[in-house]
Write a protein that binds this ligand. Structure first.
Ligand code: ADP
Ligand code: MN
Ligand code: MN
Ligand code: MN
Length: 340
């Protein structure tokens, strides 16, 4: 028997953006516990905007678990929040995603590292470094500063040690801005892993007195500095194996029809980011285009070359979006398009 440290992680009831919460439970196991061996737990929902004070218990249902690279005998336990009667809590966006092992998602999470109210590497006192140009995929102190690389490198290792399907990183267009990519087969897997990767990044940054700023336009709209997105790449078994131009056009017509419903869950303040500038389409328009980074949906060259088969990239979700809600909405729209 050994004492295991189970870190139960869940999303709180804050709006428009849920925050991450977690607490530790110590439990005895002979070996690393299977998901089924992790008990349902509870928490005080009145402290997380998930319950009234008089009746405050909410349940934590473990749904995915990972070895915690920062702890001996540690387990990261991703949970869904349930009502006392076992039904999904209103804040439980994961419960809106239909289970489908044939659906694959890839999220490109952009974010800024912040210290003392400004992106890492900014001169301070409201000043700005030289304009954008050399920071994207840049190298050298003047482009990436001195701690950002150490943080993002450690974040890769933490994710890989936890078994997260991390696919890569790059320095982004603005100074202090970075991206990581997470890919997963199964409709919920990548979204689970984005939330756990966010958790690991926030926890890592505590040591550096650095905060992660997930806002989609943290520097505002009056300056020529990029915002942050979370491009969402998706494919279903049908899209990969059958596809075809007719189906693709019907799918894009459905995306056009439901554009407001998509934008509603693609992250707050997206009107500040989706302006038609900085490689975006305006928030009130829907468009698609081959290799078009100014379209709402970018169609990869390979998709057309393979006879309209493969994956598509929805470029509208922003960095603060909830990958559960985004995945759920995309699948809801896909479900409205009949397959032959
Ligand atoms: P870019 O920056 O050019 O848009 P990235 O390489 O950052 O591209 O991200 C591409 C994403 O597409 C990755 O997260 C990748 O896993 C994902 N992806 C690739 N193939 C598929 C697929 N068949 N279904 C869903 N997502 C996919
Ligand atoms: Mn990318
Ligand atoms: Mn990017
Ligand atoms: Mn992209």
């Amino acid at each position: 028997m050994a004492k295991y440290k189970l870190e139960y992680i869940w999303l709180d009831g804050y709006e428009p953006v849920a925050g991450l919460r977690s607490k530790t439970k110590i439990a005895d196991y002979d070996a690393f516990p299977a998901l089924e061996d992790l008990p349902v737990w509870n928490f005080d929902g009145s402290s997380t905007r998930q319950a009234p004070g008089g009746n405050s218990d909410c349940l934590l249902q473990p749904v995915a678990s990972y070895p915690d690279p920062a702890r001996d005998n540690g387990v990261l336990v991703m949970c869904e929040v349930m009502n006392p009667d076992g039904t999904p809590h209103a804040s439980n966006t994961r419960a809106t995603i239909p289970d489908d092992p044939g659906t694959w998602f890839g999220f490109e999470q952009e974010y800024f590292l912040y210290q003392d109210g400004a992106p890492l590497g900014f001169p301070g006192e409201g000043g700005f470094p030289p304009p954008q140009g050399e920071y994207y995929t840049g190298v050298g102190f003047k482009n990436v500063g001195n701690i950002a690389r150490e943080i993002v490198e450690q974040h890769i290792d933490l994710c890989l040690e936890a078994g997260i399907n991390h696919e890569g990183i790059n320095a982004e267009v603005a100074k202090g801005q970075w991206e990581f990519q997470i890919f997963g087969k199964g409709s919920k897997r990548a979204a689970d892993e984005v939330w756990v990767a966010r958790y690991l990044l926030l926890r890592l940054c505590e040591t550096y007195s650095v905060d992660v700023n997930w806002h989609c336009k943290p520097l505002g709209v009056d300056v020529d500095w990029n915002g942050s997105g979370m491009h969402t790449n998706f494919s279903t078994t049908f899209m990969r194996e059958t596809g075809g131009k007719e189906y693709f056009e019907a799918l894009m017509a459905a995306f056009d029809k439901y554009k407001a419903e998509h934008i509603a869950v693609y992250g707050p303040d997206n009107h500040l980011r989706l302006t038609g500038l900085h490689e975006t389409q305006s928030i009130d328009k829907f468009s698609y285009g081959v290799a078009d980074r100014g379209a709402s949906v970018r169609v990869p060259h390979s998709f057309v070359n393979d006879g309209y088969k493969g994956y598509l990239e929805d470029r509208r979700p922003n960095s603060q979006g909830d990958p559960y809600a985004i995945a759920g909405r995309i699948l809801e729209t896909i479900a409205t398009v009949p397959t032959p």
